[in-house]
Design a protein around this ligand. Sequence first.
Ligand code: NDP
Length: 235
Amino acid sequence: MVSRSVFVTGGNRGIGLAVAQAFARNGDRVAVTHRGSGAPAGLLAVRCDVTSSDQVDAAFTEAEREHGPVEVLVANAGIAEDVPLVRMDEDRFGRVVDADLTGAFRVAARASRPMLRNRWGRMIFMSSVLGTEGGKGASNYAAAKAGLIGLARSVARELGPRGVTANVVAPGLVETELIKDMADERRRELIGRTFLGRPATPEEVASAVLWLAGEDARYVTGAVIPVDAGLALGA
Ligand code: NDP
């Protein structure tokens, strides 16, 4: 396969790192964003907080200087700040939407420029099972993750005629830092609702992302791919 210029937000750890390493193993040239931690050898670490358009632009410029125009974007960076609706203030709601949804918009808009010029591109957005199911205490996170579906499908419609696909991956429960503070009871409940009786590994999510970015998925656009062992289908 031809080596591509790949840009992964939040690729310094968790699911994003597994995605970045899978692309790197595939022979692609991979840039990952970080907010001070750097990244493992073999990946180009570019500093970027996705809540800043200026930092997004600078990070893309740096990645493009080293690797050429970005051809594959994985908008993966995300945070969660769960609290029941009665205690959800506007700041907390806005912080999560700004990072998880508006951050994805910022990188997609910036990535669209080289993709339109090249008449080829792949955008993959990291949503969540909560984007379609909602989640108790997660009104901010679920709203942002649902918004990614509308964003991706709009990008798919707008840029499809120019050779760019846009898809969504919706993981269920994945063993990373993000869920480290989840109560044991809640974790057991969610695992019990999966058909396979276990959480996903970050690598299992990365496999879906790699497939969507590859030639075999060239006719797939505007899709939401669950990687959740049936979690979204309900008990
Ligand atoms: P982690 O907490 O392990 O990683 C989150 C990543 O996002 C880190 O690299 C973090 O960077 C980065 N990030 C957060 N905010 C920003 C920001 N403002 N600017 C740039 N980078 C930022 O979580 P996961 O790997 O689990 O999550 C990755 C994605 O997968 C998220 O979008 C999450 O919502 C989604 N997801 C995760 C699930 C799970 O069960 N783990 C389930 C469904 C979806 P830094 O190191 O600087 O903090």
